[in-house]
Structures are given as C-alpha cells and as structure tokens.
Design a protein around this ligand. Structure first.
Ligand code: FAD
Length: 421
C-alpha cells in the first residue's frame, strides 16, 4: 500500500488547490480524480478575487497563456421592466478589477496539471470507493481501470464536489430553500458579441420563470444557461431542451444575440443544486468547495469558494502536521472561517430573490458605501478584507430593503421572495 501524508478525493478546483498548497508546504499528497480530463463542467464565470488565488498557487502565468476571455463586469437585465444595470469591478482592491470566463474542461486541466508539477501524485481516472479511518490514519480504496489501488495517509480531504463523498455516506445533506430549481445550459458558436471592454461581461436576464446567464468565452464561444424555478419546470409538459429554448425566447436580448449562432454542445442539465452538508470537518478529515455547501450560481461564486477553501484547508492541515494533532477540534477554526466567508454571499443570494431587494440592486447608489460593499461581495473580496464600514453598508442596504418592502406592500406591489418558486 502506498503511503502519503494527505489524500485528496476529487480533482476539481477545490481538490487541485488544496493538493497544490499542501505539496508546496512539503507534504506528500495523493489525489484521486474519477473522470478523465479534459471533461465538461458547469461553472465558467470566475470572481475577481480568484485571480489572487491563481497567483498564490503559482498558476497565473499558465492560465494567462491560455488566453481566456477577460470579464470586467456583470450586467443584470430585468425582462419584466426592461431595466438594466452594469456593475464594473472596482480598481484599487487587493485583487484585479477583472477575472476570467473559462471553459472548465480547460481550466480544471491546467489546475490539475499544475498540481502534478508541484509534486502531487495523481490517480486518474480513479474513483474513491471506500474510506476506513482508525486512530493513526485513513485508508482509501479506489477503483480504476488498472485495479483497485489502496492508499494510506494521515488525513483525508473531501473535494468530490456535489457528490460529497463523506457527507453522503456518513453525514447528512440539509435541504435549503432554492432546492427545486433546474439549470439547462449549452455552448454556442457565432453569437453576437459586445465590443471592447464589455465583450467579456457576464449578463444575467431575470424573468418570472427564472433567469438566464450569458457567459462569453474565448474563441467565439458563448455559454448560455437557463435557471428555471421549480414551478416553471413542474408546469412544463414537454422536453427540457424545449424549455431551454422557451426560456431563451423570453429574452429579446438573448434571442437576438443567438440568431445565427450554432449550438455546439448538448443541452446539459443540473437539478436541485442547493444543499448544506455536514460534517465539514472530523477527526483526520476536512471538506472543501462544493462538498461543503452550494446555494445558487447567480453571483458566480462556486469556483472561487472551492479555491479559497482549498487554501484555508491546506493551511489548517499543515498546522495539524506541525502539532501532530489531527482531531476534529483542531479543524473547528477552519470550519468557522469557511462559514464566515460563505455567509455574506449566501445572504446576498437569498435577498436577491426578494423584489424589494432587487429594486434597490437594479438602481444602486453609492450612499454610505453601499455600491462598494456590494462589489466587495460580488468579487469574493469579503474573504480577503471586510472592513467594518463595508459590513455596516450591507446592513444599511438590508434595512433599506425592509423599508422598500413596506413601501411595495402599501403600493400593492408583489413582495413575495422567488427563492422557493
Ligand atoms: C447551474 C450551475 C451554474 C454554475 N455557475 C458557476 C459560475 O458561473 N461560476 C462559478 O464560480 N461557479 C459556478 N457554479 C458552481 C461551480 O460549478 C462549483 O462550485 C465548482 O465546480 C466547485 O468546485 P469543486 O472542486 O468543489 O467541485 P467540482 O468542480 O465538482 O470537482 C469535484 C471533482 O470530484 C470528482 N469526484 C467526485 N466523486 C469522486 C470520487 N468518489 N472519487 C474521485 N473523484 C471524484 C469529480 O469527477 C469532479 O471532477 C455553478 C453551479 C451550477 C449548479
């Protein structure tokens, strides 16, 4: 049986980042990835603070060489009122005012190849099938085309994404609101593009039935996705592919830009993507990325969270090796840090579905630093720096939302949240 210090299950952004940071700290790391890369994956629009992490991983130059589409902003379009608002990421922050839009097949491959270069032993394709913990370590049994490798280490990292290997076997997956939504998405070639700096902006089109994403990728590709409310899916009697096109038809902006474009992938689907897993940490065990929780892709936070939790987990594990203590108690601070980092984004997502909040979001004013505070969350910046004035600004925004809700109720306008629709 091969012996390592740490075994990482999963080779997405969470697994690759954890493994690379651990290898950089001098630990012997084995990583198991079930799929052969490159493989398609949803989650193509990155938050600007990701760029900081790519630099810290030492993979930024390799990423720049790929020539990914740059994104400087995000525009939101209200299909019911015709309103539109573009947010540009702010310069002068500890992270750049732009990020990449990436085909994940390519992005994840670069990250995993980089982990190998830093000394991580990668078993691929190899699926982790069993984990056995005892007082002095963990044994992992995998299945692969060449047999069933068994590997031993002091620690296990669950980076298996939505599969959440450990929580689904030994823990629980908590239902959270927003669960019933279905996402349908595909890549198109030849869609109309904006020019100049706006070319790479992610565009979000909001309507009663759900919302659409528009993510321009390099090489003339565009990713288009429809996130449909559960009630939209329930009421639909036809094929889901037809629902995707019906959602596209609901937006004039998207339909016109897609006229003449050719779909070059199947229409993929992902259902019920909101959950909160436990345990996040245990004796000789921590989870990173989607294996912890996922609420909603509206603000494109998933990859950043995976990279960032990977960095935090690696730091906690490195400290555990120094102390020779791998107990759950030791990793409690990691879990607290992760929950504190997730909270502002998750709250923002929940609020986003309230019409009273959406009103204010679509007409932002920089009173009390609210605009800056919103962009801090949308950039992933709250994990890096979260000064009191920005936290207060968010409180003011939520206070104004309550006031706006009261005004809307008095005016007879809808106030019901669309989160559970
Ligand atoms: C509809 C939708 C749209 C999204 N859009 C965005 C977006 O625009 N921007 C963004 O940042 N995020 C987005 N996300 C979220 C993003 O996809 C995830 O948050 C991100 O991929 C999480 O990374 P991860 O490394 O934790 O998991 P993953 O990227 O899922 O990687 C997990 C890996 O583990 C492997 N694996 C699983 N089980 C095993 C096993 N037993 N053994 C070995 N390997 C295993 C899998 O093959 C996979 O490669 C979106 C999500 C959804 C549902």
């Amino acid at each position: 049986m091969d012996a390592f210090d740490v075994i990482v299950a999963g080779g997405g952004p969470g697994g690759s980042s954890t493994a690379t940071f651990l290898a950089d700290a001098g630990l012997r790391v084995a990583l198991f990835e079930r799929e052969r890369f490159p493989r398609f994956h949803v989650g193509e629009s990155l938050m600007p603070a990701s760029m900081l992490l790519l630099e810290q991983l030492g993979v930024r130059a390799a990423m720049d060489e790929r020539g990914f589409q740059l994104k400087y902003g995000a525009s939101f379009h209200d299909e019911e009122t015709g309103g539109a608002q573009t947010f540009y990421f702010l310069p002068g922050q500890p992270w750049p005012n732009y990020s990449y839009q990436v085909p994940r097949a390519e992005f994840d491959t670069v990250l995993l190849e980089h982990a190998k270069k830093r000394g991580v032993t990668v078993y691929q394709p190899a699926s982790v099938e069993a984990t056995e913990f005892n007082a002095d370590g963990v044994t992992v049994t995998a299945s692969s085309e060449s047999g069933a490798p068994r590997v031993r280490a002091a620690m296990l990292v669950d980076a298996t994404g939505r599969d959440a290997l450990m929580a689904s076997r030994y823990g629980r997956r908590r239902r959270i609101p927003n669960l019933g939504k279905v996402a349908l998405f595909a890549h198109f070639k030849g869609a109309a593009r904006q020019s100049g700096r706006d070319e790479g902006n992610i565009r979000i089109y909001v309507m009663r039935e759900g919302w659409l994403w528009w993510i321009p990728l390099a090489g003339g590709l565009t990713s288009v996705g429809a996130v449909c409310h559960a009630r939209t899916v329930k009421a639909w009697t036809g094929e889901l592919e037809a629902l995707f096109y019906a959602m596209v038809a609901r937006s004039r902006g998207v339909s016109e830009a897609l006229a003449g474009a050719v779909r070059v992938t199947p229409v993929h689907r992902q259902a019920s993507f909101a959950y909160d897993n436990s345990p996040v940490v245990g004796d000789r065990y921590v989870a990173v990325g989607d294996a912890i929780a996922f609420v909603d892709p509206i603000f494109s936070g998933g990859v950043y969270i995976a990279l960032r939790t990977g960095q935090l987990a690696a730091a906690a594990i490195t400290e555990a090796f120094r102390a020779g203590d791998f107990s759950a108690r030791r990793f409690a601070a990691y879990e607290r840090r992760v929950r504190a980092g997730l909270a502002p984004l998750f709250k923002f997502i929940h609020k986003y579905y309230e019409p009273a909040f959406f009103d204010l979001f679509m007409r932002p004013r920089n009173h009390f630093g609210i605009y800056e505070a919103v962009l801090n969350v949308l950039s992933g910046g709250n994990w890096v720096t979260s000064p009191l004035r920005l936290r207060l600004a968010l409180r003011i925004l939520y206070g104004l939302t309550r006031l706006n809700g009261w005004l809307r109720r008095r005016a007879g306008l809808p106030i019901e949240s669309r989160l559970e629709w």
